[in-house]
Design a protein around this ligand. Sequence first.
Ligand code: ASP
Length: 587
Amino acid sequence: MYRTHDCGALRMEHVGQDVTLCGWMQTSRDFGGMTFIDLRDRYGITQLVFNSEENAELAEQAQKLGREYVIRIEGKVRERSNKNPNRPTGNIEIEVSKLEVLNASKTPPFTIEDETDGGEDIRMKYRYLDLRRPQVQNNIIFRSNLAIETRKYLAGQKFVEVETPFLIKSTPEGARDFVVPSRMNQGQFYALPQSPQTFKQILMVAGMDRYFQIVKCFRDEDLRADRQPEFTQIDCEMAFVTQEDILNTFEGLTKYLFKTVKGIDLPDFPRMSYDEAMKRYGSDKPDLRFDMEFTELNKLAKGHDFPVFDNAELVVGICATGQADQFSNKDIKKLTEWMQRPQIGAKGLVYVKMESGGIKSSVGKFYSDEQLQGWADKMGAKEGDLLLILCGESEKTRKQLNELRLEMGRRMGLMKEGDFKPLWVVDFPLLEWDEDSERFHAMHHPFTSPKKEDVDRMLSGDHETMKSLRADAYDLVLNGSEIGGGSIRIHDRALQSRNFDLLGFTKEEAEAQFGFLMGAFEYGAPPHGGIAFGFDRLCAVMNGQSSIRDFIAFPKNNQGRDMMIDAPSPIDSTQLNELSIELKDKK
Ligand code: ASP
């Protein structure tokens, strides 16, 4: 037997027992004749003691151990005189009688503890060392538990786990595809799936009824802080269901996961239409851990000879409770500059401070105190509050105010750890008009069904009508992050053709790319719909973290590189020749 216990197992009740432990040497301290070693494995840390007076040779051997040496020891459990209440094994230590070095280690390039001195790049290069840090290890174990519980829940609801292929055909789902050249079919390419969307729909045509898969998806997007080129979804599809059935099933899954993995009971999830979310929060994924809802001020603010407001399509503001004296004029100036950065692009920021000594405002010249008090009343503001107001073109202004709302929420400490506020956002628009390409894009994806009541308008309406079509599409939002999204699908060939048509596909293009799906729709496709959860994001949000990278065992960095294996990398000319690929000379 290699070991009798792991490094997290021993307690007072084991005192007096002979044990054998294995693990990595985390730290070593010498105190006049005594050497103390912290031995670590996945389960915890146990303190080892070597007494040079009792066994000089053994103590000397212990002093020679370097950090991260892999050792095996035999010894007796004894009560510690100097207890460590912060550690589950902190009441005991092992008086070592035998020490065996199983493997030596080079000195690691950073300290392997929760608080590490290693920067991101070095930790990614030596990810196997980073993964020894308890915090990172716990994230990966959390993820494992979440996947196991997901399978349990869905299996209990009669879902069947089906694997769909990774080598598929390039399809436009919003992002760029990663492509894989085919050696056997020269000049042809597979694409890695952005999601198993068409396959899961085909599985419904095949009568599978309830499908799920915890599956890798690949999107060749420009990387943002919380994006990975490959990520994992809990991907699901159901036949003979309405939107209501899907929302209930996956609200059930989310509640189950919170309960079993975190011990948290979530209340029923509120629902909000896309339009309402945009109006009240300027976002289709509002963070509901705090209020600070938008108030429109067009009626009160326009028509008072303040041209900036008079010329704006929308004047809209938020009330930051109790913040009037927290923001000096200098702070407001800084906040204004923050809002004017190109990422946000606000033209300016108007403030009204409801101070005890009176009202102060950047537009005090244009409005009387009574008028400003009128704004405050409409916004539900009281003495001590700070009103922040933006104006301009409606959609843009709402988006800018959303950024400001989130920033104020952060600064005011309103995004509380351990607070979970889920929300279903429903009734998304079907199509989105893109000014640049002068084309409609599918707001969710091209397979999403319009609402029943909008089908006729979709089949026969004009251009403007298309902008107002609503879809049976929904997102699950948690603390301001979109953690799931899905829709009821089109299951009728003619309607699917019409959608491709609206999206700018010619008949031939639609046939070439999606002929297989439309063909399948001609053989008895049941009504169906589904959803996919971003599994990495769900892990992060459930732990109050913003980076999904911390929940992926081997993530890519900001440049899409795997620093450990150093990928992507060139391939040799033999491989290139086999694939008939000629590289352009790099100048
Ligand atoms: N395939 C979709 C996505 O990846 C999810 C769905 O509609 O089920 O967002």
